[in-house]
Design a protein around this ligand. Structure first.
Ligand SMILES: Cc1ncc(COP(=O)(O)O)c(C=O)c1O
Length: 525
């Protein structure tokens, strides 16, 4: 009897009233119960649950009996899409509010986009437009591509992704590793041009028998995935009590799906936009004519047009978040709360914190953390990248130290000792993606070894990899005093060398051409 009740509560996934018998034969009357999933990630694979009886304040009951005829064991990866956990933010300043975050990075493809990917492919199947052996085509290098790659691989479809050629190598490799066929197209052309990635994808789909063009920006199954999945989950996890939901827009699917759901079940729930600075969506929300779009580094959200799937009609308030704030808050989320989330999570959380800070009465606020942060380790979680972008200010020294990106006195320079082997030199160049290494003996530069020195050394005799760096390094080292002017660096670059900065005899660091470019760019802001 208790098991029946538990199954019922689970299916509805929300607070409800039950009455019945406890193990041991004790009877209890009608009371409010909550099912707290015991299984990891709030999933329901184990058939065990904790019942907390809240009204009659009876003791909690734990049952480990299998629940239901077929307990939901996740037999397929696709079953793991959705039902992501919700956490309360407890170590950041949320003012008088309570702030909850839904960890969408825990979907099996690593992002919220698994949901629409599954929903859109399933809709094509239902409509009879996608059959066994069919082809799925989309224009994206982002999380949607990864979600589609996961679903297409597991359902046995061919996937063609059209990607602008500015996308990072990691992303392209990731998609190929997932089995997607990648078609590169030009990134320097806009809407209307035949090589524009959206148009190229539409054409490939039209020209490929049995192919469908996913088109997440206008596909109704995209918002539907959130209206029927993300939103009811969030509603249940928030115990049917949500004052505001902070949401961002990429294709518009999430915001539109959540808006439609909350309009029905809780019309007073405020929908709030988190928008990267430079995106035009904030202008629409604030009733202005959109300004010319700017640039932003946060990935996956913000637009220079209004996607057909983006219904902003229920959004009354929005926050335009600069990249610096998004990255800072994203890093704080990791340091303070232990959650490794992506760059757009920083934007959403920053907007949510601003919203919470403005409230004068307690509110229950929810937001989504759309993907996990491991894709961003070399960017927002990398201090050098952050410093290069000007997001981490280093105290200015007023000399060439300000131009060195990896300072030796901070233990950051990549160097080698004269007695290290050429194998070590090669491994270090590969690991740090540098093409030269200063050779140091007690903090003094005794030489430089670059790719060309290495190649010359091992070309005739590859066994020389075990020789020491001293045997292959160039001893003609051009050093520049730390007090030199920027213009003094140019002749060194002109001769094809990197600049080795010294103070007296002490090595301080290297300056490459791109270090100087980064420095000059930071200066103009
Ligand atoms: C990285 C990332 N991808 C995708 C999305 C979802 O956007 P949409 O549903 O509007 O495509 C978000 C939204 O916050 C996001 O941050």
């Amino acid at each position: 009897m208790l098991e029946d009740t538990v199954r019922d509560v689970t299916r509805r996934g929300r607070k409800t009233q039950v009455g019945g018998a406890l193990p041991g034969g004790r009877q209890f009357g009608l009371c409010d119960v909550w099912v707290r999933f015991v299984a990891d990630r709030g999933k329901w694979p184990m058939g065990s649950a904790t019942l907390q009886i809240t009204r009659d304040s009876m003791a909690s009951v734990t049952t480990t009996a299998p629940l239901g005829a077929s307990p939901k064991r996740s037999q397929r990866v696709l079953d793991l899409i959705g039902n992501t956990p919700l956490l309360e933010i407890t170590r950041l300043d949320v003012g008088c509010c309570r702030l909850f975050v839904k960890l969408e990075g825990q979907n099996p493809g690593g992002s919220i986009k698994d949901r629409p990917a599954l929903s859109m492919i399933t809709a094509f199947e239902r409509e009879g437009r996608l059959r066994t052996g069919g082809t799925v085509v989309e224009a994206t290098a982002g999380n949607t591509g990864l979600g589609l790659a996961l679903v297409a691989a597991l359902k046995g479809y061919r996937l063609i992704l059209v990607i602008p050629d500015k996308m990072s190598r990691e992303k392209v490799l990731h998609l190929k590793a997932m089995g997607a066929e990648v078609v590169m197209t030009r990134s320097d052309v806009g809407k209307g041009h035949p090589d524009y990635y959206q148009e190229r994808a539409a054409r490939i789909a039209a020209d490929t028998p049995g192919a469908v063009f996913v088109n997440q920006f206008a596909n109704p199954a995209n918002p539907l995935a959130h209206e029927t999945g993300t939103a009811p989950e969030l509603w249940a996890q928030m115990h049917h009590d949500v004052d505001a939901v902070i949401c961002a827009v990429g294709s518009g699917g999430t915001l539109t799906g959540l808006s439609r759901f909350f309009a029905r079940v809780s019309p007073t729930t405020e929908m709030v936009l988190a928008d990267p600075q430079g995106s035009i969506l904030i202008d629409v929300v604030e009733g202005r004519t959109p300004r010319a779009p700017g640039n932003w580094l946060v990935e996956g959200i913000g637009e220079d047009f209004i996607p057909p799937n983006a219904d902003l009609s229920r959004v009354r308030r929005g926050y335009s978040i600069p990249d610096e704030e998004s990255f800072r808050v994203g890093r704080e989320l990791l340091h303070r709360e232990g959650i490794l989330a992506g760059s757009s999570s920083g934007t959403l959380l920053a907007a949510a914190l601003r919203y919470c800070g403005e409230q004068r009465e307690p509110k229950r606020v929810a937001t989504l953390l759309p993907d996990s942060g491991n894709k961003y380790l070399s960017k927002m979680f990398n201090d050098y990248w952050m410093a290069d972008q000007g997001f981490i200010a280093r105290p200015a020294c007023g000399d060439l130290r300000d131009v060195i990106s990896r300072r030796h006195d901070e233990g950051a320079a990549v160097t080698i000792g004269p007695d290290d082997t050429l194998n070590t030199a090669y491994a270090r160049m590969k690991l740090y993606d540098v093409s030269q290494l200063p050779v140091l003996e007690a903090d003094r530069v005794v030489g430089v070894i670059d790719e060309s020195d290495l190649l010359m050394a091992i070309f005739a005799d590859p066994s020389r990899f075990t020789d020491c760096a001293r045997s292959a390094m160039s001893k003609r080292v051009e050093t520049v005093p730390v007090t030199a002017a920027l213009k003094d660096l140019l002749p060194v670059f002109d001769r094809g060398h990197v600049v080795i900065v010294v103070e007296g005899k002490q090595f301080l660091g290297l300056i490459t051409r791109i270090d100087l470019v980064n420095y000059l760019r930071r200066k103009v802001g």
